[in-house]
Design a protein around this ligand. Structure first.
Ligand SMILES: [Zn+2]
Length: 176
């Protein structure tokens, strides 16, 4: 089922209606996220479920899945980070309400009738998942493989040399 997703929605009304919005968003259309990517030519898939919880709080669940191409801060090569992120938000109109929420619900401050920018919400969620200094896992990182290859012989030499000198000295002393 294809539906056109509006950029901005009334979350209170959608919660009333129990609506689900499903779609895809281009990563390069997210101005805060795009500069952090090594390659921003992908898309994120999202599902937004609006409704009310058992205590009749207006809530929305967001799930975002995508693959982000980041730059490894160790080897500067690109690395792919799989994202499958889900969050439950409760619509609140002020800090008092936000403080009363159970742990599993994040507050989403929104005045009654105020519109919600879906792209911004998705972008916030994706930004939270980006490490401040992204790196390959050690075994996959090019820098480490290179460094290891260059360093090993050097380290071996340094380790061998003092012993070789000591052994030579001892031999020399004993001989004379
Ligand atoms: Zn790396």
């Amino acid at each position: 089922m294809l539906q056109r997703i509006p950029d901005r929605v009334d979350p209170w009304r959608l919660a009333e209606q129990g609506k689900t919005l499903e779609g895809r968003i281009k990563l390069d259309s997210l101005p805060r996220l795009a500069p952090l990517l090594a390659f921003a030519d992908g898309e994120a898939a999202f599902v937004l479920r609006f409704g009310r919880d058992k205590r009749n709080r207006p809530i929305l669940g967001l799930r975002v899945t995508t693959e982000l191409v980041l730059q490894c801060q160790r080897c500067l090569d690109s690395m792919v980070q799989e994202v499958d992120s889900a969050i439950m938000l409760a619509l609140v109109q002020g800090d008092m309400e936000a403080e009363q929420l159970p742990e599993e619900l994040e507050p989403l401050l929104s005045e009654d009738g105020e519109y919600l920018d879906i792209a911004e919400l998705i972008e916030d969620e994706l930004l939270l998942g980006i490490p401040s200094s992204p790196r390959h896992k050690e075994q996959n990182c090019n820098r480490r493989a290179d460094a290891k290859a260059h360093r090993l012989p050097e380290a071996e030499q340094k380790e061998d040399n003092p012993f070789a000198i000591l052994a030579g000295l001892h031999v020399g002393k004993n001989d004379h």
